[in-house]
Design a protein around this ligand. Structure first.
Ligand code: GDP
Ligand code: ZN
Length: 318
């Protein structure tokens, strides 16, 4: 029996909806002993996984439909996890092979702080997921605030992050956003109220994401099955909809790791006097010098120190 390659686009506990390369969707099961080496997770597969499967000849699904059996999962380029609520210390893989995370931010209504942005960026670096910063609600920006936005864009573009200004109200930036999303698997993130649902609705009218309602269910503990889904976009590509999206950005990191996830800090660290420099109290620190020289933004350094959980005295201004 020949094996076919497919993409997992929906998981509901023990069933996996797999999209074959020719577009056909097939409900698949997995072998009971299916495990991925090196990962201690409660679920062996997640949306975004590429799998090999075979059609079962003798068995049919609940509605008499053809079903498949997944025999292998192909290597993941990345994946995001959510820690289990129980004490087993197992994590739950919530999505794999994510091409990009779109972080929607707003200057006001609500205020998205640079601390929040930087924490998110650091977590995404840890997960090896590229982030695009979307500055939404541009229609609400008063002339005096434009400078602030431009300053932030310059800061983050300077570090290497793509930035885009949008307004769901005037549709500013929507064609550009579409262009960035074509044929990619995108994750939407951002504080509540920044406009995620509104933007998604503009991109694909009628798409009702379940993210919110599911994460509420998780909180009350009523929902136990692993649910996640990827929605195909008419213009090509997917939006990943999982209950774990909210948890993304709260990754636990060791101190030594944190500096690796601030790109511009990591780049300079080789010039520090000590090769294990934490860029806090050490003499001859190239990072602190760069902050003094204005080459590294004070807000970024402050976020870094904040993530280290270090004493106030290391925070700017100096
Ligand atoms: P979510 O929590 O991130 O999904 O945010 P919503 O999409 O629910 O949006 C929150 C509120 O902001 C709604 O009242 C939207 O109509 C409004 N909103 C979203 N985008 C914009 C925008 O670009 N401009 C303005 N003025 N309002 C917006
Ligand atoms: Zn240093």
């Amino acid at each position: 029996m020949s094996l076919k390659k497919g993409l997992v686009i929906k998981t509901t506990g023990s069933w996996f909806n797999v999209k074959r390369e020719d577009g056909l969707e097939i409900n698949c099961k997995i072998k009971g002993n299916f495990r991925i080496k090196g990962i201690k997770s409660t679920n062996p597969l997640a949306v975004g996984d590429y799998v090999l499967f075979k059609i079962l000849q003798t068995e049919k699904g609940p509605k008499g439909e053809t079903i498949g059996l997944i025999t292998e999962v192909l290597d993941r380029k990345n994946y995001i996890v959510r820690r289990s609520q129980n004490l087993s210390k197992l994590s739950q893989v919530i999505a794999a092979n994510i091409d990009q995370a779109l972080l929607i931010v707003t200057l006001e209504f609500p205020v998205t702080s640079t601390t929040f942005i930087d924490r998110y960026l650091a977590s995404a670096e840890a997960y090896r997921i590229p982030v695009i910063l979307i500055f939404n609600k541009m229609d609400l920006i008063r002339p005096g605030q434009l400078k602030k936005i431009e300053h932030l864009i310059k800061l983050y573009e300077g570090i290497g992050y793509t930035c885009l200004k949008t307004s769901a109200e005037t549709q500013m930036g929507m064609p550009e956003l579409k262009a960035l999303m074509i044929n990619k698997k995108s994750l939407f993130s951002g504080l509540s109220g920044v406009g995620k649902s509104t933007i998604i609705n503009l991109l694909q009218p009628g798409l009702n994401l379940k993210t919110k309602e599911i994460s509420e269910l998780y909180k009350t503990g009523k929902h136990t099955t692993t649910y996640s889904e990827m929605h195909e976009l008419d213009f090509g590509g997917y939006i990943i909809d999982t209950p774990g999206i909210k948890a993304f950005g709260m990754l636990d990191m060791e101190d030594w790791e944190i500096s690796h996830y601030f790109r511009e800090i990591f780049e300079l660290s080789s010039e520090c006097q000590y090769n294990n420099c934490a860029h806090t109290h050490e003499p001859g620190c190239a990072v602190k010098q760069a902050v003094r020289d204005g080459k590294i933004a004070e807000s970024r350094y402050a976020s870094y120190i904040g993530l280290l959980g270090k004493d106030e005295k290391y925070r700017p201004p100096y």
